[in-house]
Design a protein around this ligand. Sequence first.
Ligand code: ADP
Ligand code: MG
Ligand code: MG
Length: 895
Amino acid sequence: MVHYVYDFQDGDRDLADLLGGKGANLAEMTRLGLPVPPGFTVTTEACRAFLATGEEPEGMSAELSRHLSTLEKSAGRLLGHPDDPLLVSVRSGARFSMPGMMETVLDIGLNDASVLGLAKASGSERFAWDSYRRLIQMYGSTVMGVDPVLFDEAMTLLKEARDAPDDLHLDVSDLAWLVETYKRLVRDETGRDFPQSPAQQLQQAILAVFRSWNAERARLYRRREHIPDDLGTAVTVQRMVFGNLGPDSGSGVAFTRDPATGRPGLYGDYLANAQGEDVVAGIRDAVPLADLERLDPRSYRQLRDHAQTLERHYRDLCDIEFTIERGTLWMLQTRIGKRTAEAAFAIAAELVGEGLITADEGLKRVHGEQLGRLMFPRFDTDKAGAAIAHGVPASPGAAAGTAVFDSAEAVRRGKTGEQVVLVREETTPDDLPGMVAAQAVLTSRGGKTSHAAVVARGMGRVCVCGAQDITVNTGARRFTARDGTVVEEGTFISVDGSTGDVYTGAVPLIPSATMRYLESGEQANAVVAAVARTLEHADAVRRLEVRANADMPEDATRARRFGAQGIGLCRTEHMFLGERRKLVEEMILSRTQAGRDKALAALLPLQRQDFTGMLEAMDGLPVTIRLLDPPLHEFLPDRTELAVRVASVEASGGQPDAHDLELLDAVNRMHEENPMLGLRGVRLGIVVPGLVAIQVRAVAEAVAERVRAGGSPRAEIMVPLVGSVEELRLARKEVARVLAEVGEETGVPVRCPVGTMIELPRAALTAGRIAEEAEFFSFGTNDLTQTTWGFSRDDVEAAFFSAYLDKGVFAASPFETLDREGVGRLVRIAVEEGRESRPELQTGVCGEHGGDPESIHFFHAVGLDYVSCSPFRVPVARLEAGRAALDVTDTGDSR
Ligand code: ADP
Ligand code: MG
Ligand code: MG
């Protein structure tokens, strides 16, 4: 028998798939004996069924009635009863937290009769009418689709007419008037009356919450956070408790630690005489929780104890929503709290230190992306002028851009590649697209728990909020700082999310403390020490080795400092560019073998020098050198340019330069419509005599030189773009011949493993054959993705990727995160069949995916020996390789 409704007493946190995070944690808190107003949760399964068919699943409404009766009995009151009504909230809650993205309706059960009953029973008319206007406002917009701005406008007009600075200054008759106005608004906008039946209110609100799963902003949020679209939301129905019952009531948000730094101690905001969302929405200025200690010491102490209970129970930072009703504390929500990258490392290390979690768990708690964020540079404050404003440092990092004053403008400018800072009084869920487009968010109101702060932290955007010393004038598109500085839209500003300071202009950047640690081992603060310990643990548990992609000795040296265990991809392309391009031109143009040999001979010493540098930097560790890969014409001048030059000389009756003509001829001969699939890689080596030989000779001579210098060079030769074992056989023969030759000439026996890149589907599918000739495979997943999907990255990314992401064809770009189903399958086949024919086959990946957390977990699972990525990603890859070994499946930090 399927259950669509679970009482709080029957659930627990392990049921989050079914009850959503909110419902599951409310159940968990109930079981822990914390003061949670009673209620029940309608499952995500019911939501999925409803969204699929447009109808409530059979049996749901009967179950709802049963649970409502139980709730009414426990409260000793009936929903919406005219004398003393039970009121409930209807709350959305998905598996993964999506703050503010879906809907919640409070005070369900009020109507023209029960509002009077509530007034009498509570002894506060003002409170009753305040609750009623809130209900119509929330119900009207969420369930009936009235534009919420219209309610806000009516409220603003009323406040102006009454000269009331905020809602607290409105009296009973004002609020009753507002109720009438709101009801009229609903009728005018929808042609229907605000429903007076409590049962109907409840039922319609539940369905509206189901529907809000598919609201535009919720979809956008899910896309960004890679949350699947088919999970659905649960709906929690809960007895109302009232924070708007007077000055001894209120509501607030708390963290069990500071989510920005990880420092222990209760942290948060409180707003007296307020209900629900008021705190986050910033309708009035909230006070820090420390003030609650003064206002209501008993509730504060209880809250602190409950926070400790939760942190011990969940063994992690928790965030909490609570309400105080006339001196009684109620817990309304908890979940594992979002945190900054700094806090993530600090908290994990501290909990490990306290023995609350193991080192393995500590490692699971942090993400590669967070480490990446800690490596970002920060502002050089010595070189910055005076800050023009200061706010709450809500999400750390240094970011700069031009000030913009609404979401649409941020999106518009962001699309053109402009860096922007979104400046708002406060943000709402509708600002999400602008926050995505911006480098940083700056608000003049709200604290560390405001919408801007929570969302920015979740996305890793820099955020300074509550900068009260600026006045934001959105209409005029400018803000004014306390010192009188006026920042118009389009002015460049710098925002320091770690200190809360705001500067005009672009402040210079310097390396972060984490970067300094990686470069020099210096452990400047507790966060860096936490990073160091976590990385050490990751190194201890990981099976995957981590190499770097580097072409220059300086990069190789840095990669080694960052912990690289070799070079997984050393490209030789650049070695043919710049000054040396002339030599390549000669080689291509020469008609005789002698001419070609001369050019090749001139290239040889230069190449040798490059390789010596790399082998020295990576002494004792493998360096995988890829033979020349790109099409040859890339080394020749631009075809159109040349043609124009020749044509214009001819047009003016002159005689074109002979060299130009010769070049144009060569360029035309080599022109390819689709060079990505043309004469490149191993094909080039087979067609251009001497090309492979010169490169291998340069490698071999470099090896010999390093051996004579007392080093331990470990060069590996990698043949690109192989599709058939025959190609590799031919290339390998040539390699072997040259290695032997150089061995004889130098007296140093040179042994280099020879392997291939797997970057064509045919190579993957015939891996068993190819492994006969290959000592290692390195998956070139960039090209493998292109050739598997049949599109070229440069052409498609701008053209249609955003549409594909929007429409859900991709969950993420296959160039950023490996497409497991397709490309991944090829990798798996190649590893299996390659090892079957050569058990000692070494396997690795050298595409960009080698530095992508989610892809790294896949590479671990399919049993590769190593991943190789850019030097700056090496620490991230070490961390994620460690996490992969612990069977962590969640690689995003945003959930
Ligand atoms: P969100 O997911 O956007 O935070 P919530 O469902 O948590 O939405 O509700 C919005 C606000 O209403 C929160 O501040 C919450 O604490 C408050 N709230 C929800 N249910 C109740 C209730 N039964 N009594 C009092 N306040 C409530
Ligand atoms: Mg909430
Ligand atoms: Mg390639």
